[in-house]
Design a protein around this ligand. Structure first.
Ligand SMILES: [Cu+2]
Length: 163
């Protein structure tokens, strides 16, 4: 025997399930990871990239790669006219904002490189975020003289992400 209350519940439920909004860029996004080629005997290297948060803020907690014994998050600064660098704690990325890792500033530092980084090669780098978890990206190695500006990348008009 059917009761009227049963059919009322079925009618009401579909309206709730269509409430989720559809955003184009909802999640973390990592753009253009690259590293500068190193001299043959170099034991250290660095990678650069831009991280965009989605609609939720997040924090980059750590980084790791098989090409080096140790991977750290560093920032560069000038002290007494000398460029220095030091490890930094988790890097916060505000909601709907980007943080650029670029020469002269934030970078992913490789210590104890197992082999030199050669232009044209690439390697995987895993970034671990507080909320977003682990994301593995492919880092492209650019020539030693590669500048911070990504000239030559036609069609990627992301604008200048100053930080
Ligand atoms: Cu460094």
């Amino acid at each position: 025997m059917r009761r009227r209350s049963f059919s009322l519940a079925v009618l009401a439920s579909p309206m709730l399930s269509f409430a989720a909004p559809a955003f184009a860029q909802e999640h973390l996004h990592i753009e253009q990871p690259w590293a500068r080629a190193t001299p043959p005997m170099a034991k250290t290297g660095a990678a650069y990239l831009t991280i965009s948060a989605g609609h939720d803020a997040d924090r980059l907690v750590s980084a790791s790669t098989a090409i080096a014994e140790k991977t750290e998050i560093h920032t560069s600064f000038t002290e007494g006219g000398v460029m220095k660098m030091r490890p930094v704690g988790p890097v916060a990325i505000a909601a709907d904002k980007s943080v650029s890792f670029a020469p002269g500033g934030l970078h992913i530092m490789f210590l104890g490189l197992k082999q030199p980084l050669k232009a044209g090669e690439s390697f995987p780098l895993t970034l671990t975020f507080e909320k977003g978890g682990a994301k593995t990206v492919t880092v492209t190695v650019r020539p030693i003289g590669a500048a911070a500006s990504l000239g030559g990348d036609h069609g990627t008009a992301h604008g200048e992400m100053k930080h």
